[in-house]
Design a protein around this ligand. Structure first.
Ligand SMILES: [Cu+2]
Length: 325
């Protein structure tokens, strides 16, 4: 035999196939364990909220219906192509032309399939819109190119901007000389993440101060536009036990630095969240006292130390953003 097999076994096709299969299995099975993000890279993330699970279930239901349709349609087509091919002397059957019976069948069957898909889809959409009985509301305002989080309810008074983390910001500058691969969570990290409690129905009130942005965290099954002059609502409840860091991005092309306004949500247990709220409120109080020793300033209208006034992006962030070009 003249066939030469290389010394390296990885060049042997079956081995390569096995290696690929194992790689795929590892990606499907182990990736969700290694990352807070529950996406395996091949499908939607199942997510960590009841809503994200329902969206995933709906997605899979529709997917398998599509697979079934594809198998039946392509199966019949391939069977017909092979069985009734011209070379075997097949003669076209013209009796089905303008057959009312066939036209009714090919209209009714797709309508039934659409209704079967529409019922669960409508249920999930109605649930997504149901923001009643929320326990914590946060006003989210999009800016070119950062997010502002203003807490309400029990966390009233907490108000801060969330901007791209400094190491990512430095690395992204033209001729920075920094290899982005060396920056952890490059372009997916912020200076101050949104902090929320697990097991709590959180409602976001989304708006924008300039152009249309979109707040999107895949693991929450949450994505909605932030539009100037409108307030959109969004809700999610992160499952207890799923505390951790979850990342997202602005999902509406909002201008030059659209790719540089990530979203990070730090999910904590209700007790840890309460502790965080007390800390933040103490910082707000301290900042108010420092800026107005007479004590006449309104406590809730003052942002925490180091934060910018409500409604105005921090000047330093504007300068930094311009410096990129
Ligand atoms: Cu944006």
């Amino acid at each position: 035999m003249s066939m030469i097999r290389g010394d390296d076994e990885s060049t042997f096709p079956p081995f390569r196939l096995w290696a690929r299969a194992l790689g795929l299995a590892a990606a499907l099975g182990l990736a969700p364990l290694a990352l807070a993000n529950t996406s395996n890279g091949y499908n939607l993330p199942v997510g960590v909220t009841s809503l994200s699970r329902d969206i995933y279930a709906l997605h899979m239901e529709v997917f398998w219906i599509c697979v079934g349709i594809a198998v039946v349609v392509f199966g019949v087509m391939i069977y017909a192509l092979v069985k009734f091919r011209h070379s075997r002397g097949a003669i076209p059957d013209t009796t089905l032309l303008h057959s009312t019976q066939v036209e009714i069948i090919w209209t009714v069957i797709p309508v039934v399939i659409l209704v079967v898909m529409a019922i669960p889809a409508a249920k999930v959409i109605l649930m997504m819109e149901d923001t009643r009985n929320s326990e914590l509301s946060i006003r989210v305002t999009g800016y070119q190119w950062k997010w502002q989080y203003q807490y309400m309810d029990a966390a009233e008074g907490i108000n801060f901007f969330s901007t791209l983390a400094q190491d990512s910001n430095f690395a992204r500058q033209l001729h920075s000389g920094i290899d982005p691969k060396t920056v952890p969570n490059y372009l997916l990290d912020v200076d101050k993440p949104m902090v929320i409690p697990s097991g709590t129905k959180v409602r976001l009130l989304l708006t924008s101060q300039d152009v249309i942005h979109a707040w999107w965290v895949p693991d929450f099954g949450a994505k909605r536009s932030a539009i100037p002059g409108f307030v959109n609502e969004l809700w999610f409840t992160v499952d207890p036990g799923k505390e951790g860091i979850y990342r997202g991005q602005c999902a509406a092309l909002c201008g030059r630095d659209h790719g540089f306004m990530p979203i990070v949500v730090d999910v904590r247990t209700p007790d840890e969240f309460k502790k965080w709220v007390l800390e933040q409120k103490a910082a707000v109080k301290q900042a108010a006292a420092a800026s107005d020793p007479s004590g006449s300033a309104s406590r809730s209208s003052q942002p925490a130390a180091g934060l910018s006034p409500v409604g105005r992006p921090p000047r330093s962030a504007q300068v930094l953003s311009k410096a990129a070009f």
